[in-house]
Design a protein around this ligand. Sequence first.
Ligand code: GLN
Length: 488
Amino acid sequence: MSDLLSASANQQAAAIRNKEISASELCSAYLARIAKLDDQVGAFVRVDHQGATAMAKLVDAAIAAGEEPGPLAGVPVALKDLLVTEDLETSAASKILAGWIPPYDGTAVARLRNAGAVILGKLNLDEFAMGSSNEHSSIKPCANPWNLARVPGGSSGGSAAAVAANLCAISLGTDTGGSIRQPASFCGVLGLKPTYGRVSRYGVIAYASSLDQIGPLARSAEDAALMLEVICGKDPKDATSLDAPVPAFRQACQGDVRGLRIGIADEMSGDLSDPQVAAAVEAGIQVLQRAGAEVSRISLPHTRYALPAYYLLAPAEASSNLARYDGVRFGMRAGDERDLMDMYCQTRGQGFGAEVKRRIMLGTFALRAGYYDAYYKKAQQVRALIAEDFKQAFTKVDVIASPTAPSVAFAPGAKASPMDMYQADIFTLSCNLAGLPGMSMCCGFDSDNMPIGLQLLAPPLQEESLLRCAGEYQRRTDWHTRRPEAFQ
Ligand code: GLN
């Protein structure tokens, strides 16, 4: 059993299918591990003992009856608590949703269940996915399994920490400006944000709808690919979901990188990051070069404006999306109100945390009549220029490499001002603005044994190029097999 606990999700799925172990046994082992270890981490905001156990039993029954149990049959997974789950409380780590039990599953969640996945529970995050450290969770802090005195990154901090500490085999996160890739980098796991529209957003609590995307966090490329094969694809319930065939992603991991053209952009280079991060990222790129990839310099001149453009557009969309939390339709309502307006004010005043309020105010300001042209419209124009930069660059290269984040995981409180925190996203934001697929994989550790992430970006719908690189890289290196001391 201990072997299977540390095996890959693909191996676990095979062992269950071959009846070497039952889904129920694996599920109990993970539930026991969570009970024993998660107090230190805080990755889970809710463990669904009952639901997980019931699902594992169903999988075992299907296998015993000789039925096809699905590609993820019995694989223990966990979900960022931004994904809506039927009959299971969903909080977005916000007080304003406390006690809200959704009446439906989001599309990705429904697809997981159909594929036989065992959902262990819901994972911690920054409130409404706004943050880069998990410090904005209104439920509890989440720690980095590599050093409990550091943050796991954010906003999908729980999703990255749970995989790093092996409290689940694969998790789902969401990425609006880096929220899958940056925590993956901080926790030494692989995180992949698919092309905008690859995965349905139906049942994702909306932050900034033109940027939001669901994706997997896993230890290996093959495990992320297995998850992608299940969750990708057109969904009539999300008009922005793409009607594109879903490739055999696991096969892409077996490909090699001979002749693959890697671009390094001056505007997203190691010069902007900690020297140890820059060195590990450079060494990572060299591994791919030795495997036959060709490296050249490219330029993405407008990406230096990605940060101001993103922090205008994302709050603008958020201010509109979060208008629905009014104390009437969802979750919490403040008591003792004098009248309707007072009830709205009290509920929103008490229910939202400081960062969420800051974003709502920023967004409302940017969208005010008379300011729209100066801010929102300008930011949209910058967004179009950034997308054009990538389009040009991808005529010369197949993928673009950079650090995922300018530093390794920092200590809680280290980013005192919001601007300092926003800087953690400089390498990840432009990918969302352009709608591209992006991935972070572990490419080494610093002198304090904290993981470092290498980011790769590809043209729309070219996730396979990212997985090819990750597959090749993970065959040649063993960073992804390392486990934090306390969570072996
Ligand atoms: N850190 C960024 C923000 O706070 C990105 C968050 C995300 O991708 N959800 O907006």
